[in-house]
Ligand binder design. Structure first.
Ligand code: PMP
Length: 405
């Protein structure tokens, strides 16, 4: 049976959601103030809606104090803000058993992954164990695991690092090869939910099937949280890590969600110090905003917009689209593109293309996107979409790209 494509379904979604989208777009002050510019770099960091700016202002003008220390009202309010935001993160992630999980605030996904690698992973592993590392994903999801191996080797514990197998053409993981590679010594597998270059949903639910019920899976959800429903009830993973700033909160905010079932209980080692209370206030407001907007609708909108843009780009012969080639429907059994489209001009350098596009008002990312060493060898231009982006913006971008063909 032919799999329905998202560009056919997408036209329907774009028509259905257009009023909803307009009402969301106007809530971003920086977007509303710059109608001549198109922000197409949400995978690097997301813009903030007014509700988040208001929450930051309200917190700093009514309650600013340290958390977990004082006994006066501002301090008490700050302590409960931090505790309530832990629960808010669990609800946002559709945690099916919140009494058995924990949430730890970090400065972002990088610190989250590094903390797990430094404070928890060594307690799981014994000499001769294996871990799987996604070597063509973001460097933040590679370096910490390799560093953990080096640290363990210094203590005489030797860990075998297996590179995650990929299907090169699509940038997807190769689940069949992974199933062959994973054995009873495979204790830990690091994966990514949505690839920051290739744009594909990495079908994480298939990783569990490939590696069996006992391996710990750590999910880098930096590009999925805030963009689509991310459900711990559906994904059988042990850790999920994300960056608050990519989910519309302030920079310097992020979280580790830990399920605590396989392996030792997770807890960052040592004294944690003062939390980023302002960032946590912004995170609570951002998650409220995202839930009210509906992450399912945000996903439908950005997937449909990316599908339309990808189809347009495919018709311009001068461009090579990287990674995920398919913009497939939500129920497709194969890899599906989210709101990230990365490409190269066959003759124009990607850095130059970035400058040319900005001269037309488009803010895109053009470099190697912090991809691991097994990733792309040369730069590319990444267009990453969010709820405030419009059909007019991506169609106008296609017109400009067509003039460079
Ligand atoms: N993982 C992925 C997939 C990312 O895209 C990024 C940010 N580009 C990170 C991790 C690191 O996030 P941060 O810089 O917010 O720590």
């Amino acid at each position: 049976m032919a799999v329905p494509r998202a560009d056919a379904q997408g036209a329907e979604a774009l028509a259905e959601l257009v009023e909803w989208q307009r009402a969301r777009r106007v809530q971003f002050p920086i977007i509303a103030a710059h109608p001549d510019l198109a922000y197409l770099d949400s995978a690097a960091t997301a813009q903030k809606p007014q509700a988040v700016l208001d929450a930051v202002h309200a917190y700093l003008t009514t309650s600013n104090a340290n958390a977990g220390r004082g006994t006066y009202p501002w301090a008490n309010r700050t302590t409960s803000l931090v505790e309530q935001t832990r629960d808010r993160v669990k609800r946002f992630l559709q945690d099916p058993a919140p009494q058995r999980s924990s949430v730890h605030f970090t400065s972002g996904a990088t610190e989250g992954l590094r903390t797990i690698a430094r404070d928890w992973l060594p307690g799981l592993l014994a000499d001769g164990d294996e871990i799987v590392v996604p070597v063509a994903d973001h460097e933040a999801n590679i370096a910490p695991w390799l560093e953990a191996r080096r640290q363990l080797a210094r203590q005489g514990v030797h860990i075998d690092v297996r590179p995650m197998p990929y299907q090169r053409a699509s940038g997807d993981y190769d689940h069949t090869a992974l199933a062959e590679l994973a054995g009873h010594r495979t204790r830990f597998v690091a994966v990514t939910h949505v690839h920051h270059v290739y744009g594909g949903d990495m079908n994480v639910h298939r990783i569990r099937r490939a590696v069996g019920p006992d391996a710990v899976i750590c999910l880098d959800a930096a590009q999925s949280v805030g963009h689509l429903p991310v459900s711990m009830a559906e994904l059988d993973v042990d850790f999920a890590v994300f960056s608050g700033h990519k989910a519309m909160a302030l920079p310097g905010t992020g979280a580790i969600w830990a399920r605590q079932e396989r392996g030792p209980r997770f807890g960052p080692a040592g004294w944690e110090g003062t939390p980023n209370t302002v960032g946590i206030a912004s995170l609570a407001a951002a998650l409220d905003w995202l839930d009210a907007a509906g992450t399912d609708r945000i996903e439908r909108w950005t997937v449909a917009l990316a599908a339309r843009f990808t189809e347009g780009l495919r018709h311009l012969g001068a461009y090579e689209i990287l990674g995920c080639q398919s913009s497939l429907a939500a129920d497709s059994p194969v890899q599906r593109r989210q709101g990230i489209v990365t490409f190269r001009h066959r003759a124009v350098d990607s850095g130059d293309l970035g400058f040319i596009l900005f001269s037309h008002g488009f803010m895109v990312r053009s470099d190697q996107h912090c991809q691991g060493s097994a990733g792309e060898r040369t730069g590319s231009v990444r267009v990453s979409l969010h709820v405030h982006n419009t059909v007019e913006e991506t169609d106008r971008l296609l017109e400009v790209l067509a003039t460079l063909g």
